[in-house]
Ligand binder design. Structure first.
Ligand code: NDP
Ligand code: N5H
Length: 257
């Protein structure tokens, strides 16, 4: 337990189940004293989240539905969060989506619709939620999103999501400039492969996991708790001089040729 985020109101988007990266983040933030507000898309995710919170004796401040494909849903969610919490001090964006059939084969075969869906949910959404959250971040604070190495390098099968993550990382920099004047920092964590609901069933995932164990300087896989602690750091005052940054939490995999 620390008090790095004592009395801070933090919004967490993207818990689908106990394997979600956002759940690892939830545990780190809770142990640092944060008051937590959650958003979900599917009713099934809400039910899983409620059970997890109960089991772990975490009392949420507020849980609200938010589909990041829909501007009205985002506006309404943050309006309710603002009314309920008053001030927001932090936001965790841990959502992404691409159609499974576009996460294999040639990137050149990506459909226009598939491209727009991936960009819409996985990249544009960060700008949209930053715009709404900022209205209530009157004391400054931090925003952290989740990205992957496929934004920087060609990783087979990541395809349309790699291009969306490249847009997401560029958005982190542009948004950092926008909201820096309000004392708000925007950063990303670039995690190594972690077995989650999203990762399940996509081709090539297992190979990516094992190559980290083989080649990364730390010779071990990354887990949700490591990403949780790095996200906690970025949201906390310890990172008060850090913005527009992409922090790799990947056992050092990205430095190896
Ligand atoms: P999860 O499947 O646990 O989480 C994905 C989340 O995205 C779900 O909670 C889902 O909500 C949410 N989501 C999808 N579409 C929407 C939408 N339109 N509106 C609101 N929420 C939506 O997977 P992860 O924890 O793995 O993914 C979290 C983030 O981490 C993603 O950005 C992913 O790209 C990134 N990442 C993951 C890595 C990994 O190896 N797992 C590695 C590096 C980065 P719902 O189920 O309710 O629809
Ligand atoms: C190189 C790889 C492996 C291949 C690519 C995987 C890309 C995954 C990202 C997206 C988010 C996965 C996705 O959208 C899956 C959906 O089509 C189907 N799943 C769902 O709808 C479930 C039910 C819901 C909960 O999922 C979502 N997203 O809503 C990359 C891997 C080594 C690392 C990785 C897995 C990165 C990443 O960004 O997640």
């Amino acid at each position: 337990m620390t008090s790095l985020l004592k009395d801070k109101n933090i919004v967490v988007m993207g818990v689908a189940n106990n394997r979600s990266i956002a759940w690892g983040i939830t545990k780190s933030l809770y142990n640092a004293g944060a008051n937590l507000i959650f958003t979900y898309r599917q009713e099934r995710s809400k039910q899983k989240l409620e059970k997890l919170l109960e089991k772990n004796e975490i009392k949420p401040k507020f849980i609200v539905s938010c589909d990041v494909e829909d501007d009205e849903s985002i506006e309404q969610a943050f309006q309710e969060i603002g009314e309920n919490a008053g001030t927001i001090h932090g936001l965790v964006h841990s959502v992404a989506f691409a159609n499974t059939d576009e996460l294999k084969g040639d990137y050149a075969d990506t459909s226009r619709d598939g491209y727009l869906t991936a960009q819409n949910i996985s990249a544009y959404s960060l700008a949209a939620v930053t715009r709404e959250a900022r209205k209530f971040m009157t004391e400054g604070g931090g925003i952290v999103t989740q990205t992957y190495l496929g934004a920087e390098r060609v990783v087979p099968n990541y395809n349309v999501m790699g291009v969306a993550k490249a847009a997401l990382e560029a958005s982190v920099r542009y948004l950092a400039e926008d909201v820096g004047k309000d004392g708000i920092r925007v950063n990303a964590v670039s995690a190594g492969p972690i077995r989650t609901l999203s990762a399940k069933g996509v081709s090539g995932f297992n190979d990516k996991m094992s190559v980290v164990e083989e080649k990364a300087p730390l010779r071990r896989q990354v887990d949700q708790d490591q990403v949780g602690d790095a996200t906690l750091f970025l949201l906390s005052d310890l990172a008060r001089g850090v913005t527009g940054e992409v922090l790799h939490v990947d056992s050092g995999f990205h430095i190896v040729a």
